[in-house]
Design a protein around this ligand. Structure first.
Ligand code: ATP
Length: 265
């Protein structure tokens, strides 16, 4: 089953971020971050701990409000894209109480909530979407298990299934490979390539540079701002990686420390 994207989603860049700045109580986490991603692409988001990767995801999801800059998902504002369920986010840690008795099936069904009415009574189409998503991540047989009884890697697959069930055209995946075993890593990598084929756009944060080399069409190197962005073959140079991880202090550390410093008004 191919995802059915809304007609206007075909016409626009999937992700447009233009000079996005985010601060937490005045301390800059991200500044002047710009990025354009088209349909059917996989982009790696690479940077050190604290570089602002999760913050970038949260801005794209509308969980944090940029102090400056513009974001469009499929040509529309973030809050509208949220309403249309166009973008799904799989965070590093779900912040879920795993002692809470919720089944794998229920977790994946949450991906359908946005398409349901206020009573949240699943229709046949919702159940079909959940079955399809569970099958794609190879978890259908574990669907009745409490989510808390799954291994870390299985949980990651369950939350990926929730994103698949949502049928979002944009997938934001924060460290999807951390703590997963080799078969799960392989399954996920294959899935991501299928998603790309289907026209999804995937932004993946990872610390593993091999993942980027292996299947990311584009890469964003980030340290509080976008240091380099473009096709992986062009951007993945030792000079750029040094700038991202090594010796050379990036601009924001020697530059302004408050978002106010970036606002020209
Ligand atoms: N809610 C918050 N309040 C205050 N500061 C925050 C908050 N969330 C993140 N930060 C700070 O913003 C900066 C960027 O954090 P972020 O979580 O985006 O980095 P990251 O690249 O995702 O890091 P990691 O690889 O460790 O997950 C860090 O200095 C972090 O301490």
């Amino acid at each position: 089953m191919n995802p059915i994207f809304k007609s206007h989603e075909k016409d626009f860049m999937r992700i447009e971020a233009d000079q996005v700045c985010v601060d937490y109580n005045g301390t800059v986490a991200l500044y002047d971050a710009s990025l354009n991603l088209k349909a059917g692409s996989i982009c790696g988001l690479v940077g050190m701990n604290g570089a602002g990767k999760s913050t970038f995801f949260k801005a794209l999801m509308g969980f944090v409000r940029p102090s400056r800059g513009k974001i469009r998902i499929n040509g529309i504002k973030v809050n509208q894209a949220q309403k249309e369920q166009s973008v799904a986010y799989v965070p590093q840690n779900e912040g879920i109480d795993y002692s809470f008795p919720v089944s794998v099936w229920d977790v994946v069904m949450m991906g359908r909530y946005g398409a349901m009415n206020i009573f949240r009574i699943p229709r046949e189409s919702d159940r079909r979407a959940v079955v399809h998503a569970l099958e794609r991540v190879d978890l259908f047989d574990l669907r009745e298990r409490p989510i808390g009884s799954l291994s870390g890697g299985q949980r990651k697959r369950a939350f990926l299934a929730r994103a698949i069930a949502q049928r979002a055209s944009v997938l934001l995946l924060d460290e999807p490979f951390s703590g997963v075993d080799v078969p799960t890593e392989k399954l996920m990598a294959e899935l991501f390539l299928q998603f790309r084929q289907e026209g999804h756009t995937i932004l993946i944060s990872t610390h593993d540079l091999n993942h980027v080399r292996d299947f990311c069409d584009f890469v964003v190197l980030i340290n509080k701002t976008v240091l380099a962005y473009g096709e992986t073959s062009e951007v993945f140079t030792s000079e750029n990686l040094n700038k991202t991880f090594g010796g050379i202090p990036p601009n924001p550390l020697s530059g302004p420390t408050s978002s106010k410093d970036f606002i020209n008004e």
